[in-house]
Write a protein that binds this ligand. Structure first.
Ligand code: DGL
Length: 278
């Protein structure tokens, strides 16, 4: 490949998507690790949440969103949504002509690296927990691991409301996590890209004996390795940019996430989803 067209290939953006705004926690890790990469982020805010929907619906939505990322010339696709990673990663990998990275395996790797006792708790949306994707990923890494998983559907709306530090949120966290603590987990996977925004509250409530892990950092590492492997790293001199697009106009949660993550988001664009024949 001539040098100039090679550079043009490498300058293409990393396409990142989530059901909504939560995936910006992964963008934050990508920006920190790969500052010279450009990122095009698409949040499917018109159809969020994915967490209570069927696998078939989440697969269809994910394919439709990936199609928009490809129209934006994405050189690789990052599924910054645990729900979509849990139920749609295989479909995406089969259907999308660029490599696809999900967040489940990176989250499982972080947990296996952190656990001392081998008893890991996982929290996520109903779709993520019901899929059993974390158990499979954890056991593929370490067959003896004990997993206690629990769906926490009330946490996403609390986070979107910006109630990151509040008495009600604390009570709900403990209602969900108390049984996991009683069962003796020593590591907890925040298996939803929204949950890192509650990290401080969860850490305060669970104390220092339980290690909290999420996928963001390991996912960013996996993307870095993939780009090196595929000779797709942006040139060092490239000034990476972040473009954020949504399928519905931004609401309060974008402000919450932007402040919590201290991300420079700029002007938010709108994209319309076109239906994908299954
Ligand atoms: N960000 C999604 C995830 O990581 C949760 C929100 C939703 O239910 O769509 O699973």
């Amino acid at each position: 490949m001539p040098v100039n067209s090679e550079t043009a290939e490498q300058r293409r953006p990393i396409g990142v998507f989530d059901s909504g705004i939560g995936g910006l926690t992964v963008v934050s890790a990508l920006r920190a690790l790969l500052p010279n990469e450009s990122i095009f982020y698409l949040g499917d805010t018109a159809r969020v949440p994915y967490g209570g929907k069927s696998a078939t619906t989440v697969q269809r939505y994910s394919l439709e969103i990936a199609k928009i990322l490809l129209q934006e010339n994405a050189k690789t696709v990052v599924v910054a949504c645990n729900t979509a990673s849990a139920v749609a990663l295989t479909r995406l990998t089969e259907s999308v002509p660029v490599s696809v990275t999900g967040v489940i395996l990176p989250g499982a790797q972080a947990a296996v690296a952190a656990t001392r006792t081998g008893h890991i708790g996982v929290i996520g949306t109903r779709a993520t927990i019901n899929s059993g994707a974390y158990e499979r990923a954890l056991r593929s890494l370490e067959s003896q691991i004990v997993v206690t998983a629990r769906a926490c559907p009330l946490l996403v709306p609390l986070i979107e409301e910006g109630w990151l530090e509040s008495k009600i949120t604390d009570e709900i966290i403990m209602q969900y996590l108390g049984p996991l603590v009683d069962e003796g987990i020593d590591t907890l996977v925040l298996g939803c890209t929204h949950y890192p925004l509650l990290r401080n509250a969860i850490a305060r409530l669970l104390g220092s004996d339980i290690t909290l892990v999420d996928s963001a950092q390991n996912c960013a590492n996996a993307v870095r390795e993939l780009l090196i492997r595929e000779n797709l790293r942006a040139p060092e001199a490239n000034a990476g940019s972040l473009q954020v697009a949504l399928t519905d106009p931004p609401d309060n949660f974008l402000r919450v996430a932007r402040e919590a993550l201290q991300l420079e988001v700029g002007e938010v664009q709108l994209r319309e989803v076109t239906s994908h024949a299954p």
